[in-house]
Write a protein that binds this ligand. Structure first.
Ligand SMILES: Nc1nc2c(ncn2[C@@H]2O[C@H](COP(=O)(O)OP(=O)(O)OP(=O)(O)O)[C@@H](O)[C@H]2O)c(=O)[nH]1
Ligand SMILES: [Mg+2]
Length: 315
């Protein structure tokens, strides 16, 4: 199919065109980049909601409920599931697919799994690009699930407007041992599997831990207890998420996040272009005995990039 035909189908709202366009972008194909460049200003700025947490806490199960609720509230719901590729979670993928399967056919919902870490700047860049395609399609909300175990998963959360950190009752005791990063990024915390012992204690524990790091002027971060097996308290989670969204919008925090996201993207683009443009110089260098700094200086001269003396001496 020609790109121009694909673009027409995309514009008219064909799901198959959305799927194809995401693939083009995810594979870093020329037409994919063309699309991103042409459509940045035409996007809808969808509300991007990240859902993260340690392996197996019930993120996908909760997602399923959220998708179901959002499909009733919104006309277009996008879902990006980051395929867990870490050894911790190998094998969970099939289960995730099955659990999300029942929502695959819903006409309001479009689900996409992402595994590639691309060459451009890792998982967060490919997720950002796919999110932008979904925004161009006019999604009202985009849900992004990722396992919060490594840095790249935390990076993915930087491309969302709000983050739900999912924990379980047992997490309460081991919160200090947990990845500290997780406690920093949550706008809402969920203690799922509330059918298990200790969920109230876990909620209190998390609230206390959060109160230490909160500035007096900031809004208290909600901690919600859910049971994704029995659909318990999901409605109150949804209303807390809607409130959080309004708060982030009215306080200016959402705008701030989006601006720093954009800044990061500019840096990623420049980093990628810069690396690509110096690669050929490095390979073609004649004076092989030169030190790394001497070589770097020579290459900088060739690229014409103006590095100040001050930056150079600080390096
Ligand atoms: N008892 C209980 N089990 C739950 C609850 N929610 C999910 N589970 C179960 O926990 C297991 C893991 O659920 P998932 O939804 O796959 O968890 P996840 O966080 O997406 O897992 P990964 O993506 O592998 O990290 C499944 O067997 C679920 O049925 C709950 O509220 N209570
Ligand atoms: Mg999952």
């Amino acid at each position: 199919m020609k790109y121009s035909d694909l673009a027409i189908d995309f514009k008219s709202g064909k799901r198959s065109a959305l799927a194809r366009m995401i693939t083009l972008v995810d594979n870093e194909e020329r037409d994919g980049f063309e699309f991103l460049k042409d459509n940045y200003h035409k996007r809808k700025e969808s509300f991007r909601l990240g859902i993260t947490g340690p392996p197996g806490v019930g993120k996908s199960s909760l997602m399923n409920h959220l998708i179901e609720r959002y499909a009733q509230i919104y006309a277009k719901v996008g879902v990006i599931a980051i395929d867990p590729s870490s050894p911790f979670t190998g094998g969970a993928l099939l289960g995730d697919r099955l659990r999300m399967n029942k929502m695959y056919d819903h006409e309001n919902v479009f689900v996409r799994s992402l595994a590639s870490r691309g060459s451009l700047g890792g998982l967060s860049t490919s997720t950002e690009n796919v999110a932008q395609v979904m925004e161009s399609f006019g999604m009202d909300i985009i849900l992004i699930e990722t396992v919060g175990v490594g840095q790249s998963e935390l990076d993915v959360m930087e491309i969302t407007d709000a983050v739900v950190v999912v924990l379980v009752p047992e997490s309460g005791d081991s919160i200090q041992a947990m990845k500290a990063g997780l406690m920093e990024i949550g706008d809402v915390f969920v203690v799922n599997k509330s059918d298990r012992d200790g969920s109230d204690r876990a909620v209190e524990f998390i609230k206390t831990s959060l109160s230490f790091k909160k500035a007096a002027s900031e809004k208290t971060i909600p901690v919600v207890k859910t049971n994704a097996l029995n659909d318990e308290n999901i409605d109150s989670l949804v209303s807390i998420l809607e409130e959080t969204k309004s708060y982030l919008a009215s306080s200016g925090k959402m705008k701030e996040k989006r601006e720093s996201r954009k800044e990061k993207e500019v840096k990623e683009i420049l980093r990628d272009l810069f690396i690509k443009s110096i690669d050929k110089h490095i390979k073609n260098m004649e004076n092989t005995d030169a030190s790394p700094y001497e070589k770097a200086k020579e290459i900088l001269k060739k690229t014409g990039l103006n590095v100040t003396e001050e930056l150079w001496t600080k390096r």
